[in-house]
Design a protein around this ligand. Structure first.
Ligand SMILES: [Zn+2]
Length: 264
């Protein structure tokens, strides 16, 4: 389901309004976010190709695992791109050992979310953004013929997250803005910075699926690391849009107005 803040503010130009009118307006807002689908995908009869681009194993799951679960429930194809295999993410293990563990965890998470994993061949902590990487990434993404792409918000304390975002953004530009682009948040305040959502997805019905996918990343000890923060983020985003648990996104303002592009 979707809420377009810009549309709502346009519809509710009430000027000076009473408290009662304000409450009525609030109930209209509440009603409008009980729409059935994430980002209108349920209103589309054909199968959509959704691609989620994350820098490390566990980023796509924590940033938009709920939206992924909803897309899968609706029968759409979801592919998760992991830019790296999390080579630097397990203390005491070599890059090769960590990559093997985290690849297996990613595959398990994808099975839970009914998504297809693709590993984009970069190295954790050492991701590169240059002309060759742009070209390679563009090719990899184009092969999925995406309708909608989700990626990291580019203002982020982690270099790999910024790299993933730039690669996806460049591929979007280069495609002629052919697919819709949305940005997700991870570890808000610690990693994602300056994030002001334009869209909210009610993930209350699939929160347990998201949690299972996040907890597939056993090596990251989610119960004491990223999960408690993401739990608070889901509640907070839920409070902002009037549901129990939500994920929040920033919509690329040059996306097509339909929510998903019409493919010729
Ligand atoms: Zn990450």
């Amino acid at each position: 389901m979707i809420i377009r803040l810009n549309h709502l503010s346009g519809e509710h130009k009430l000027g000076k309004i009473s408290r009662r009118e304000m409450l009525e307006a609030s109930s209209i807002l509440a009603a409008s976010i009980v729409a059935p689908s994430p980002l209108r995908a349920a209103e589309i009869s054909r199968k959509l190709n959704i691609v989620v681009v994350g820098a490390h194993p566990d980023d796509p799951e924590s940033g938009c695992g709920g939206a992924i679960a909803l897309y899968s429930e609706q029968g759409h194809n979801v592919t998760i791109f992991y830019l790296t295999r999390g080579e630097a993410g397990i203390a005491g293990k070599s890059a090769r050992e960590a990559a093997a563990v985290r690849t297996a965890e990613s595959e398990k998470a994808c099975a839970i979310l009914r998504a297809k994993p693709i590993f984009a061949g970069q190295i954790d902590g050492d991701s590169e953004v240059d002309n060759t990487r742009y070209a390679d990434f563009k090719k990899l993404l184009a092969a999925q013929n995406p309708d909608i792409v989700f990626t990291h918000w580019p203002i982020d304390t982690h270099r790999d997250h910024r790299a993933a975002s730039l690669l996806a953004y460049d591929a979007w530009l280069d495609s002629g803005r052919k697919f819709d682009l949305y940005y997700f948040e991870v570890d808000l305040g610690e990693q994602t910075q300056n994030f002001h959502p334009t869209e909210y997805v009610d993930i209350s019905s699939v929160e347990s699926i998201k949690k299972s996918a996040c907890f597939a990343h056993v090596s990251q000890q989610p119960a004491t690391t990223f999960w408690p923060l993401h739990e608070r983020m889901m509640r907070f985003r839920g409070m902002e849009c009037g549901v129990e648990n939500a994920e929040a996104f920033v919509r690329e303002s040059q996306n097509r107005q339909t929510g998903v592009p019409a493919k010729e």
